[in-house]
Design a protein around this ligand. Structure first.
Ligand code: SAH
Length: 486
C-alpha cells in the first residue's frame, strides 16, 4: 500500500489553502463540507471565493505565501500553478509536521485527496495512489450510478436504532443476523424512495416484538421505450437485485440482458393478446411470488402508469398488503418524440399534447377489430398534438374520425416504429393517407402515431437521420413552412 487511507475529523479545525483560483475554490468547498475553518492565502481571488469572503464564510489574507503562515494549521493545501510555491509550502509543512497536499503534485504532498462518493455519513474514497486520477474518477462515476442516494439516510437510520437493537438483541450474532435480514428486505428500498419515517417505525416495531423483517415485495418498474440507455438508475439497481422478473414483449432483449443473471424470468405477454397471460393471472402471480418472500420485478415498457395497466396490478398488491413501489419510466411518446426530432409542443405549432389509446382496452395490441371510442371533437384542435398509443391497427379509422370531426385531412402524421432502438423507423404521412402509408411501409408494432403540425419539424430536427430505410418515394414530403424560431 503506497498510501494509508484514513478519514479525518476536521470540524472547526484550522485549514489553510494557498492560492485563489478555481481549484482553490473547489478545495475550499470540499474542506467546508467537512466543517473545517478555512483561510485562503493569495494576492488575488476568483469571483467564487470573493463571494464567500463577502459572506464571511472564509477568511482571506491578500498576500503571497510565507512559511510562518502555516503555524497552528491542521492541514494545508497548495493550490497554485507555481511549482516553486508548492515546494516552499511542502518544505515548511514537513518541517512543522503539518499535513500537506499540493494539487496534482504528489512529490510535494504528504497526503493526497481521493475521488469521493458522498452519501454522508457513508463516504467512499477512491485512490489510485496519485498516479492516474482519471481512473479513480471513472470508478467513482460507476459507483455513483450504483449506490442509491438514500444510502446516507439508511446509515443514519441504522445508527439511530443501534442502541435499541443492542438492548433487544444482546447476542451479537443475533444482532448481525437481524441487520442482514433488514438489508435483504424491502426496507432499504423504502428508505431510498423517501419513506424514512415509516421504515423507522417498522424497524422499531420489529425490534420491540422480536420479529424478522418480511422479505417479499413487488417493484413495478417502467423500462422506457426500449433503449437500455434510457433506463433510470433506480430501474437498473432494482433489475440487479430482483429474484424474479415478469416481463412482456415491450421490454427489449437489451434491457432483459441487464437483469441479474440468476433471477428467474417469467414471460407474461406475447404480441398477440390471444397468448398473453390474462391480466388477472398476472396480478395474482405477483401476489403469490411476493408472499413466497421474493423480490419481484414487474418490468413494463415505457411508463407503468401510461397505458400500462400498472394501476390494476398494484391494486391487487395493496389489497394483499404486500409492500410495493412504482418506478417511472420514459414513456414511448417522449422517447419517440425526442428520437424522431418531433417536439410534442412548440410555440409556433402546438400548445398542448394529448395521449390517447387507439385500442379500447389499454395494454394490449392485436385485437385489431375493436374500434376505439374517443372523444373525437376534443382531438381536432389544430394547435394540439395527439399521440396515439396502440393505434396502428385502427389507424385508418382514427384518421377518418379525426377528419370527419374537423381536423384537416392534410394534417401531418409521423408513424414511429420501435422508437429509440437501433431499429427505429420514422415514416411521415398525413391523415388522409395514413392507412396506406402504414400498409406500404409494413409498419409493425410497437409503433406510435404523432399527429399534428409539430411533425413538420421532423425534417429540420431529425438528428438521427433515420427516415431513410423506408423508400423515399413513399414518404410524404411536407411543404415546410419552416418555423421562425425566435
Ligand atoms: N406504458 C407504455 C405504453 C404501453 S401501451 C409507455 O409508457 O410507453 C403499448 C403501446 O406503446 C404500443 O402499442 C405502442 O404504441 C407504444 N410503444 C411502446 N414502446 C414503443 C416504442 N419503442 N416505439 C413506438 N411505440 C411504442
Amino acid at each position: 500500500m503506497d498510501y494509508f487511507p484514513l478519514f479525518i475529523n476536521l470540524k472547526q479545525q484550522a485549514c489553510l489553502i494557498i492560492g485563489g483560483g478555481e481549484i482553490a475554490l473547489r478545495k475550499l468547498r470540499l474542506l467546508q463540507s467537512a466543517g473545517a475553518s478555512v483561510r485562503i492565502i493569495a494576492p488575488d481571488i476568483c469571483p467564487g471565493i470573493q463571494e464567500q469572503v463577502q459572506a464571511g464564510t472564509v477568511d482571506w489574507q491578500a498576500t503571497t505565501f510565507s512559511p510562518e503562515q502555516i503555524n497552528g494549521q491542521r492541514l494545508v493545501i497548495a493550490a497554485t500553478d507555481d511549482p516553486a510555491i508548492n515546494q516552499a509550502v511542502f518544505t515548511a509543512c514537513e518541517a512543522a509536521g503539518i499535513l500537506v497536499n499540493a494539487v496534482d503534485d504528489p512529490t510535494h504532498s504528504r497526503f493526497i485527496t481521493p475521488a469521493i462518493v458522498d452519501r454522508a455519513p457513508l463516504t467512499i474514497a477512491i485512490s489510485t495512489g496519485g498516479g492516474v486520477p482519471v481512473l479513480a474518477r471513472h470508478l467513482r462515476a460507476q459507483l455513483e450510478a450504483l449506490i442509491p442516494h438514500g444510502w446516507g439516510d439508511l446509515a443514519r437510520l441504522a445508527a439511530q436504532l443501534r442502541e435499541l437493537s443492542k438492548e433487544k438483541l444482546p447476542d451479537p450474532a443475533a444482532r448481525r443476523e437481524f441487520w442482514e435480514n433488514v438489508l435483504a428486505s424491502p426496507i432499504p428500498d423504502q428508505v431510498f424512495s423517501g419513506q424514512i419515517e415509516s421504515a423507522r417505525i417498522a424497524l422499531q416495531d420489529m425490534l420491540e416484538k422480536d420479529q424478522q423483517p418480511i422479505q417479499g415485495a413487488v417493484y413495478l418498474v417502467g423500462s422506457g421505450p426500449g433503449n437500455p440507455d434510457l433506463l433510470t438508475f433506480r430501474a437498473l439497481r432494482l433489475m440487479q437485485q430482483a429474484d424474479v422478473v415478469l416481463y412482456d414483449n415491450l421490454v427489449s432483449k437489451e434491457i432483459m440482458d441487464l437483469v441479474r443473471r440468476d433471477a428467474e424470468r417469467i414471460y407474461v405477454g406475447k404480441k398477440s393478446s390471444n397468448h398473453a397471460l390474462p391480466q388477472e393471472e398476472i396480478n395474482l402471480l405477483l401476489v403469490r411470488l411476493a408472499q413466497q418472500g421474493k423480490k419481484v420485478l414487474r418490468l413494463k415498457g415505457g411508463d407503468p402508469f401510461i397505458f400500462g395497466r400498472g394501476g390494476e396490478e398494484i391494486a391487487e398488491l395493496a389489497a394483499a398488503q404486500i409492500p410495493f413501489e412504482v418506478v417511472p419510466g420514459i414513456t414511448s411518446a417522449a422517447g419517440a418524440s425526442c428520437y424522431a426530432g418531433i417536439p410534442l409542443t412548440h410555440r409556433d405549432y402546438a400548445q398542448s399534447v394529448t395521449f390517447v389509446t387507439g385500442h379500447r382496452r389499454e395494454g394490449r395490441e392485436g385485437d385489431g377489430d375493436i374500434k376505439p371510442e374517443l372523444d373525437w371533437p376534443r382531438l381536432v384542435n389544430p394547435a394540439e398534438t395527439v399521440v396515439v398509443y396502440m393505434g396502428v391497427a385502427q389507424a385508418g379509422y382514427i384518421a377518418e374520425q379525426l377528419i370527419y370531426h374537423g381536423r384537416q385531412s392534410n394534417t401531418p402524421v409521423a408513424i414511429i416504429e420501435r422508437a429509440t432502438t437501433a431499429q427505429q423507423r420514422v415514416v411521415i404521412s398525413q391523415l388522409d393517407q395514413l392507412a396506406a402509408s402504414i400498409t406500404t411501409a409494413n409498419i409493425k408494432p410497437p409503433a406510435l402515431l404523432i399527429i399534428g403540425d409539430v411533425v413538420k419539424l421532423h425534417e429540420q430536427l431529425n438528428w438521427r437521420n433515420d427516415s431513410a430505410p423506408f423508400s423515399a418515394e413513399n414518404q410524404i414530403h411536407l411543404s415546410m413552412d419552416k418555423p421562425t424560431i425566435k
